[in-house]
Design a protein around this ligand. Structure first.
Ligand code: IVH
Length: 705
C-alpha cells in the first residue's frame, strides 16, 4: 500500500483506489486482530488500530458496492461471543413501582404522608420527569473523572459500555469541574440516566438499514439497546444515540438538599438533562404535569412510556428508603400502551416512482393511542422473511409519533392453519415486468421503467408537485385518469393537452367534474410553467437519488440545459472526463453518478426529456440569487481542515448563496481553497497546483463578514 494513497481523503478516492485500499485494509486489520487477540502481542497502538477501522468504514460508506465479504466491519458477530467486561455497581440499580391512574397517584402520596407522619396540609414537593423509553446506564466518576459506564444488567452487575458511551456526540462529560453549584466535586458519584434514540433518527436509521439489507429494529428502544451493546465502538459511533441523566447511585463527598437542585447540578456539569422535567408543589400539580405530558407525548422527539414522580426533599428520600427493589420515594405513572393487536388481512406490494416494490400490510382497522390504524409498513422482502409475517396472522402493531405503524410481533399461537408463507413476487404486480434486486440492495425494483404504469404515474405526480413544476389544478386522481386513458403518458403530454383539447370531440370540459372554468384554469396553470428554472426541471424528472439539493448542484455546475444534457449523455457513453466532473461535485459520489448514467442510458428517458424541452418556452440557465456584490461569484471553492467560527455546511451554503461552486476536491479548476487548522492533502494539492489558499478569517472578510 502506498503511503500516499492511505493519506488521500476518502472523498478523493477513485473506485479502483478504494477497491485496492479496502483489500489491503482487510488483510492488515485481520493480521492485527490475530496479533492482539490471538497472540496478545499487538504491533500498533489502539488508536492506530481504530484509525484503520475508521478509514475502512469511511471508504465502505462511500463505496457500499465494494464492501468485501471478509470486511473488518462485518466481524462484529465473531467478537460478540467474547462478551463485555462485567462491572459491579457500587449501589445497585433499582427499578420503580408503577401506578396507572389518578387514584394510584393519590395512594402514593398518602403512603408517603403516613410514612413521614405529615399532616394533610403539609405539601410534598415532587419532580415529574418524562420516563424515557431507552436503556439505563450508570456512569461512575472517580475524583471527578469518568471511570466506567455500565448497563443496568441485573441491577447488581452490568456490562462495561465505557468505550461505546464515549462515542456519543453530546454524551457524558469526561470531567466534572468544580465550577458547579457546590464548589467541589464528589470523590465518587454514579450518575444514572437513559440512552435513547429520537424517533426521527430511528426511522432514518431503519430506512438506511433497509436499503442495505441490514437489521431493522422494531422500535427506538431496541435500536438504542442494539447500538450501545456493540463490541465494536465504531458501529456505536455511527448510531445517533443521545442521553438524559436523571439520578444518582452512590455519592461520596457531596450532598444536595433537593432532587431538583441535583438535576441543576447535573446540567451544570454538562450532562444532558430533560427540559420537560417539572417541579410540582402539590398533588394537583403532579396530576396536571401528567396530563400535559400525555397530551404532548406524540409530539416529543423521543418515546416515553410514562412519568416518573420523585419526592424532592432528599432528607425525606433517605427516610423513606426502599421496599424490596424499588424506592418508596419514587414511582412511575405509566401511559396507556401505544400497541394493539389486530389481524393482517393482506400484504400488498406497492410500486414507487423509482420502481421499488414495497410491501404494505393491510390490517383490520384498530385504534392505537386514539388513532385508527389500517396499514403498517413491512419495509422489504428480507423483513417479511425474517419475521415470517403471513396473511391471516394476528399481529401486534405499534405506533410511534405520526409515522406509519410497524408490526412488532406475530402471535404465532393465533396463526390460522391455512396461513401460507408469503411469496414475494418476482414480477412487478402492476406491469408484469421482471423485478430485479441489485447485489447491494435489499429492495426489489421493477425493470419496466416508464412502461410501468405505477412508475409512470408516480413520476407524473412528482413532476407536477410543488417543488417540481408546481402545476396547480391537477390532482393525483386526474393524473391517474389521464394516464389510464392514454391522454398523458409523459410530462410533455401535459403541455400538449390544450392543443389536443381544441381538436378533439371529447374535450376535458365535457367530463364529469370538469367545467369550462376549471379546464381554463388548468391550462393557465400549465402554460405558466412553460418557463422553468434548470434546477426545477432536473428535480422534476424524478431521477433516483436526485432530490432538490442535488438538482440544484447539477444546475449550478452545468449552468444550462444544453450543457447538462450533453454532459449526462457523455457520462452514459462512459466518457471518463464527464464522469469525473460529475463525481467531483460536492456530496456526489459513485452511486449518484450511476443513477444519472443509468437514466441517460435509457433511450426513452432521453426522448421524454427532449420531447418535454420542445414543449417549453425556456429552461432558464442557473443564476445566482444576487451576487452582484459577491467577490466569490463564479469561483470554484474548496474547504479543507477545521473551520472555527462556522460549521463546514454553513460555510458551503454561504459560498453557494454568493455564487460560488463548492467542490470536494482540489483540481486545476479550483480557484480558491479555504484552509483551516488540520488541513492535509487538499492543501498540499492546492500548493502544488498553485491555487490560491486563504484562511477562514480571510474568507469571512472576503464574503463581507
Ligand atoms: S429514576 C431509583 N427517572 O425507568 C430509581 N428512571 O422502570 C431510579 N427511567 O430503571 C430511576 N426515565 O431505566 C428515573 N426520568 C427517569 C427515568 C427513569 C426512565 C427508567 C430507568 C429505570 C426504569 C424503571
Amino acid at each position: 500500500m502506498s503511503a500516499s494513497l492511505r493519506k488521500k481523503p476518502v472523498t478523493d478516492l477513485t473506485q479502483a483506489e478504494a477497491e485496492k485500499e479496502l483489500k489491503n485494509l482487510a488483510g492488515e486489520i485481520a493480521a492485527h486482530d490475530v496479533a492482539y487477540h490471538g497472540e496478545d502481542a499487538p504491533t500498533i497502538t489502539d488508536a492506530e488500530y481504530d484509525a484503520l477501522c475508521r478509514r475502512n468504514n469511511a471508504i465502505e460508506a462511500r463505496f457500499p458496492k465494494l464492501i468485501r465479504p471478509d470486511s473488518p466491519s462485518k466481524k462484529v458477530g465473531a467478537a460478540v461471543a467474547s462478551g463485555f467486561k462485567k462491572v459491579k455497581h457500587v449501589t445497585p440499580m433499582l427499578s420503580l413501582d408503577n401506578v396507572f391512574n389518578d387514584d394510584d397517584v393519590r395512594d402514593f402520596d398518602a403512603r408517603i404522608r403516613r410514612f413521614l407522619k405529615l399532616g394533610p396540609d403539609e405539601k410534598i414537593e415532587m419532580t415529574a420527569e418524562p420516563k424515557i423509553d431507552g436503556l439505563s446506564f450508570s456512569a461512575r466518576y472517580e475524583k471527578g473523572k469518568l471511570a466506567v459506564v455500565a448497563t443496568r444488567g441485573d441491577g447488581v452487575e452490568g456490562e462495561d459500555i465505557t468505550a461505546n458511551m464515549r462515542t456519543l456526540k453530546k454524551g457524558l462529560p469526561e470531567k466534572l469541574t468544580s465550577s458547579d453549584l457546590l464548589g467541589r466535586v464528589p470523590s465518587l458519584i454514579e450518575v444514572r440516566g437513559e440512552v435513547y434514540m429520537t424517533k426521527s433518527d430511528f426511522f432514518a436509521m431503519n430506512e438506511a438499514q433497509a436499503k442495505k439489507g441490514a437489521k431493522i429494529f422494531a422500535n427506538p428502544r431496541n435500536a438504542a439497546a442494539g447500538s450501545i451493546r456493540q463490541l465494536d465502538a465504531n458501529i456505536t459511533a455511527e448510531r445517533p444515540l443521545k442521553i438524559f441523566a436523571y439520578s444518582a447511585g452512590a455519592v461520596d463527598g457531596a450532598e444536595w438538599s433537593t432532587h431538583w437542585e441535583f438535576l441543576g447540578q447535573l446540567a451544570a456539569w454538562g450532562f444532558p438533562t430533560n427540559p420537560d422535567a417539572k417541579l410540582c408543589k402539590s398533588l394537583d400539580d403532579v396530576l396536571a404535569a401528567y396530563r400535559s405530558l400525555e397530551g404532548r407525548r406524540a409530539k416529543l422527539a423521543y418515546d416515553i412510556d410514562g412519568i416518573v414522580y420523585k419526592v424532592n426533599r432528599i432528607d425525606w428520600q433517605k427516610r423513606l428508603g426502599f421496599v424490596s427493589r424499588a424506592p418508596r420515594w419514587a414511582t412511575a405513572h405509566k401511559f396507556p400502551a401505544q400497541q394493539a393487536e389486530t389481524v393482517l388481512e393482506k400484504i400488498e406490494i406497492q410500486v414507487g416512482r423509482t420502481g421499488a416494490l414495497t410491501p404494505v400490510a393491510r390490517l383490520t382497522p384498530v385504534t392505537v393511542g386514539g388513532v385508527v390504524v389500517s396499514n403498517a409498513t413491512l419495509h422489504n422482502q428480507d423483513e417479511i422473511e425474517r419475521k415470517d409475517v403471513r396473511e391471516g396472522d394476528t399481529v401486534v402493531i405499534q405506533r410511534a409519533g405520526d409515522v406509519i405503524p410497524q408490526i412488532v410481533e406475530v402471535k404465532l399461537d393465533k396463526r390460522p392453519k391455512s396461513a401460507r408463507k408469503f411469496k414475494f413476487p418476482d414480477h412487478c404486480p402492476v406491469c408484469g415486468s421482471k423485478a430485479h434486486r441489485e447485489a447491494d440492495e435489499a429492495v426489489l425494483r421493477c425493470t419496466g421503467g416508464l412502461f410501468c404504469k405505477a412508475q409512470a404515474v408516480e413520476r407524473l405526480r412528482h413532476f407536477v408537485s410543488r417543488d417540481a413544476f408546481d402545476i396547480e389544478g391537477i390532482g393525483e386522481k386526474n393524473i391517474e385518469e389521464f394516464f389510464a386513458e392514454g391522454l398523458v403518458k409523459t410530462p410533455a403530454d401535459l403541455f400538449k393537452l390544450e392543443a389536443r383539447d381544441k381538436k378533439t370531440l371529447t374535450p376535458l370540459s365535457a367530463r364529469e367534474g370538469w367545467g369550462a372554468q376549471s379546464v381554463k384554469k388548468l391550462f393557465e396553470a400549465i402554460n405558466a410553467r412553460r418557463t422553468i428554472t434548470l434546477e426545477r426541471f432536473i428535480y422534476a424528472l424524478g431521477i433516483r437519488l436526485i432530490g432538490q439539493a442535488k438538482a440544484r448542484l447539477l444546475a449550478q455546475n452545468y449552468g444550462s440545459f444544453k450543457e447538462w444534457r450533453k454532459a449526462m449523455l457523455d457520462v452514459a457513453k462512459g466518457k471518463a472526463e464527464a464522469r469525473a466532473q460529475l463525481e467531483g461535485i460536492e456530496s456526489f459520489g459513485a452511486s449518484v453518478a450511476e443513477e444519472l448514467e443509468a437514466f441517460f442510458a435509457e433511450k426513452q428517458n432521453v426522448e421524454a426529456i427532449d420531447d418535454l424541452y420542445d414543449q417549453l418556452e425556456a429552461v432558464e440557465d442557473f443564476v445566482q440569487a444576487d451576487t452582484s456584490n459577491s467577490k466569490i461569484a463564479g469561483l470554484t471553492v474548496v474547504f479543507t481542515g477545521n473551520l472555527v467560527s462556522m460549521a463546514r455546511s454553513e460555510a458551503k451554503a454561504k459560498a453557494q448563496s454568493l455564487g460560488a461552486k463548492v467542490a470536494g476536491s482540489v483540481s486545476a479548476k479550483t480557484n480558491l481553497v479555504v484552509a483551516g487548522p488540520g488541513a492535509g492533502s487538499k492543501l498540499k494539492e492546492a500548493e502544488k497546483l498553485g491555487v490560491k489558499v486563504i484562511s477562514e478569517d480571510d474568507f469571512i472578510e472576503l464574503i463581507g463578514g
